[in-house]
Design a protein around this ligand. Structure first.
Ligand code: NZQ
Ligand code: ZN
Length: 386
């Protein structure tokens, strides 16, 4: 196992009827900006629950944050934060709203001229405006990590930011919010969490037995509850497991002491930036081709994953690894995910070259756990994914 440090300061408040606890988590003297998305919370009762919990607190609202949070819109929220001298942010939503809030928490205390520089210049956020979250969509783990991904349509960019100042102070996880989530977003959530597990596991063996088993258990639980929660979002037991799996898949724990990959996400974000495809769907488009392309690097962990998660016991390491990729691909399809770019757009010609050129320009020459994926490899992997 590699050396590591682990600190996660986010307080998790988990369970039924917990949104009311906002009233005790947010400091009484705070001036709060409540941030939310494009309206789902006004249809499912979450808005009422949050605003009634905030009845003793001085707060304003900023709604309309779109999926894949857009920089130009966030600048309006930033202006409001400054004008109204807001001191505390509250995200009510999925990761698009939470990530937007993280960006704003950082930008509110940023001294530079153009807040995009935080992202462009990879400035780590050490201190930020304090914020909490009410999670309405399990998927990314943003509710318990310090990363965010922001989109800028004007330049066609979708880029990450982060830093120790960007952990939420608290996150309220009430699995009852899942009831109103449409099937497409449930599928996306399961797949995003599953892929986060893959990114931190399908690398090379390092004999970190506990981390491997943490990660396998997240994948096994997601596989077990997927058919239940996709059919019936009001199944509370399955909703609890789904929500907690998503948080645990990307709160930092399973990546400690082990190599991690993230090339898949890095490539996939470009497909959202170019075509607007849902985040989870960009991952399933690239993953099968990617694991095939990096087979030699990854075959031992692919075989272990195949054996322990999918019960593949017969054959050599290569055979098990090949079957593991096949099983994963079938799983993606069963959950209604695309596995080729051509399922989402016919305008795919030239995409691989475009993404490779972007990576070249950014100096992203060494992706993956072995830092051996170049822009030329990226071009080949994306081409395989057409
Ligand atoms: O905007 P509203 O009207 O609220 O509707 C949302 C949105 O349309 C809807 N929704 C959310 N909760 C609901 C609900 N509908 C009904 N009932 C509810 N309870 O779901 C739609 C998608 O929401 P969004 O927040 O965009 O989804 P998700 O949580 O999957 O976030 C995706 C974003 O997170 C980034 C992605 O790249 C993408 O920008 N990621 C963030 C990460 C992180 N911070 O750690 C890691 C991930 O890998 C990912 O990159
Ligand atoms: Zn993801």
């Amino acid at each position: 196992m590699n050396n590591f440090e682990f600190k996660n300061p986010t307080k998790i408040i988990f369970g039924k009827n917990t949104i009311i606890k906002l009233s005790t988590e947010i400091p009484k003297e705070a001036k709060v900006l409540m941030l939310y998305g494009e309206g789902s919370i006004k249809k499912n009762g979450i808005y009422e629950q949050v605003t009634s919990a905030l009845s003793e607190i001085n707060f304003l609202e900023f709604g309309g944050i779109p999926a894949n949070p857009e920089y130009a819109i966030l600048l309006n929220a930033l202006a409001l934060i400054k004008k109204e001298k807001i001191t505390y942010l509250l995200a009510v939503g999925g990761a698009s709203v939470i990530d937007a809030t993280k960006f704003l928490a950082s930008a509110a205390l940023f001294n530079g001229v153009e807040p995009w520089d935080i992202i462009k210049n990879k400035i780590r956020t050490e201190t930020a405006m304090p914020f909490g979250t009410v999670l309405t969509l399990p998927a990314t783990g943003s509710e318990m990590n310090s990363g965010a991904v922001i989109t800028r349509k004007e330049t066609g960019e979708k880029l990450g930011m982060g830093g120790p100042g960007l952990f939420p102070q608290f996150s309220i996880l009430d699995p009852e919010v899942i009831k109103s989530i449409p099937p497409r977003q449930i599928q996306n959530g399961i797949i995003d969490a599953f892929t986060h597990a893959l990114e931190q596991y399908i690398t090379y063996p390092i004999e970190a037995k506990l981390q491997d088993r943490f990660t396998e258990s997240i994948m096994q639980t997601l596989i077990e509850i997927a058919p239940i929660i996709t059919k019936d979002t009001s199944n509370y037991k399955a909703a609890c497991d789904f929500m907690w799996c998503c948080t645990m898949a990307l709160n930092g724990l399973i990546q400690k002491g082990v190599p991690t990959d993230w090339a898949l996400h890095t490539m996939a974000h470009e497909l959202t930036a170019i075509f607007g495809i849902d985040h989870a769907r960009t991952l399933t488009i690239i993953a099968p081709s990617y694991y095939q392309y990096k087979f030699e690097n990854k075959k031992e962990k692919l075989a272990q994953y195949g054996q322990r998660v999918w019960g593949i016991t017969e054959g050599s390491i290569e055979e098990k690894a090949t079957q593991a990729i096949a099983k994963t691909t079938v799983y993606f399809k069963e959950l209604g995910m695309p596995i080729k770019l051509s399922e989402c757009t016919q305008a795919y010609e030239g995409t691989a070259e475009k993404i490779a050129a972007t990576f070249e320009k950014r100096g992203w020459n060494a992706l993956g756990e072995k830092k051996d994926i170049t822009p030329s490899d990226v071009k080949d992997i994306i081409t395989m994914s057409y």
